[in-house]
Design a protein around this ligand. Structure first.
Ligand SMILES: *Cc1c(COP(=O)(O)O)cnc(C)c1O
Length: 459
């Protein structure tokens, strides 16, 4: 029997095989990620302090680095069943086109209306807000995927949803905005005159088209200045990684059904939530000394926090209202050049992935956007799925690794995360199709300049 007959194009899980718990990789880390600090006192943030900003149950998850498994509440499991399990696809067509002996699998998270993995955490965060009896939540969105996911989750649970959308996206991506409004969200272009921090930024930089860091500051202020509201965040935080572990747990369960052990696991890294979620159960095995894998984080050359940033405490937002996090960072003042992978434009990285990277438990590479769009186009034509520019970073490196196997003749098994679809990114595809896309890579001087603004923390 050939391999092709044995392993289906898509490996699904039956309903009863779906994970019922999330996995918290911190429980198996010897070197725990550094705690969030209060920017005023430089002391670790307490549950009480965090509770002013985040929902109580999410604060518990954020601070817990010893409990390995958290039960997924039944209502969230039921919601997951509407669009999960997401398919784990054997990329037979791609393998053939590349003429590689490598076996390539991808976990496709674009199978829901929001178009990305972000819904996995959005429903969890909205659920805990509802449980706490809150009226609503506030958040920021850059490219729009997170705002869309949260709007869907809030609509499902009947929560008020307020999204601060980076102004340039608000103007450039009217369809994203309308999807959010269709699901009942209030969408405000940021910076706006509805918050103090927004008004200050507008005064200092009139005509600015905004940034993610600035929108975070506005959303936090909007939550903390109103009764019955909390702030929610779509990436970076460890609670988000925990929810996204559903990706890795499903992947592992599906592979285990066919006794497949991956050699290389690849994901794009913006704030680190999809990659962290995908690798978590595998990383757990590696941390416990049971198995060894190659994990590769892929980031854009225009925003290279792991590959060229510094491991230090930094602000999570431009307005410096959020706690300090220890992470690989380019500095909170770093403004990446116009890059079309909006979801990968964050200056920092999850503190969990930062610690794992610092401990040499995983690798990181950066890639330039024209090569990413070349890979995306090739993938679309061969495998059929039109990938998000963010996801295409992982595609690019998966293809590179498959081509290395062709040279060496090794039959490695490669798994990568395909985080979403690119339907709302056609302006970027248009630029690429017209040959108008460029690759801007920050100079060392650019990075040094923004790193000079790091806060002084001597612990
Ligand atoms: C937000 C997003 C990313 C990056 O975020 P992570 O937290 O690093 O996973 C990647 N792909 C898509 C499609 C996204 O929407």
């Amino acid at each position: 029997m050939t391999d092709t007959q044995k392993i289906p194009y898509k490996i699904y899980l039956e309903e009863h095989e779906m994970p019922k718990q999330w996995y918290n990789v911190r429980a198996d880390m010897k070197n725990k990620p550094a705690p969030l600090l209060n920017p005023g006192t430089l002391k670790p943030m307490t549950a009480e302090e965090l509770g002013h900003v985040f929902c109580d149950e999410l604060v518990k998850q954020e601070l817990d680095d010893t409990t390995a498994y958290f039960d997924i509440p039944q209502e969230i499991q039921d919601f997951y069943k509407m669009y999960r399990p997401s398919p784990l696809v054997r990329a037979y067509c791609l393998e053939k086109a590349l003429d590689t002996p490598a076996k390539i699998y991808y976990k496709f998270e674009g199978n829901n209306t929001s178009g990305s993995h972000k819904l996995n955490s959005a429903i969890a965060q909205a659920y805990y807000a509802k449980q706490q009896g809150l009226k609503g939540v506030t958040t920021e969105t850059g490219a729009g995927q997170w705002g869309t996911a949260l709007s869907m989750a809030c609509a499902y649970l009947g929560l008020d949803c307020n999204v601060y959308m980076v102004k340039c996206s608000y103007e450039q991506k009217p369809f994203r905005r309308e999807v959010m409004r269709t699901y009942g969200a209030n969408v405000t272009p940021s910076p706006s005159d509805t918050t103090n921090v927004g008004r200050q930024i507008l005064e200092k930089f009139p005509g600015t088209t905004g940034s993610l860091g600035c929108a975070i500051s506005e959303a936090v202020e909007a939550a903390t200045s109103r009764e019955g509201y909390r702030y929610v965040l779509g990436s970076v935080l460890t609670q988000v990684l925990l929810h996204q572990s559903i990706i890795g747990l499903e992947t592992k369960a599906a592979l285990d059904k066919y006794n497949i052990t991956p050699d290389i696991i690849i994901g794009c890294a913006g704030g680190g939530s999809n990659l962290g979620g995908l690798i978590s159960p595998f990383m757990g095995e590696q941390l416990r000394g049971e198995k060894k894998y190659r994990f590769i984080a892929v980031e854009p050359a225009s925003c290279p926090s792991l590959t060229r940033g510094k491991y230090a405490y930094d602000f999570c937002d431009t307005g410096m209202v959020c706690p300090l996090a220890k992470m690989y960072t380019l500095g909170s003042g770093f403004i990446p050049s116009a890059n079309h992978a909006g979801g990968l434009r964050y200056h920092g990285m999850s503190s969990v992935l930062s610690q794992l990277y610092d401990d040499k438990m995983m690798e990181a590479v950066s890639v330039e956007q024209t090569s990413v769009f070349e890979a995306a186009t090739k993938f679309a034509r061969i495998e059929g799925i039109l990938p998000a520019p963010e996801s295409s970073h992982a595609i690019k490196v998966a293809m590179d690794e498959a081509m290395k196997c062709k040279e060496t003749g090794e039959e490695k098994t490669i798994v990568f995360g395909l985080t979403g679809t690119g339907y709302f990114d056609m302006v970027a595809y248009g630029k690429f199709n017209d040959g108008d896309m460029s690759d801007y890579i920050p100079t060392d001087a650019d990075i040094q300049k923004s790193l000079s603004g790091l806060p002084e923390v001597n612990l």
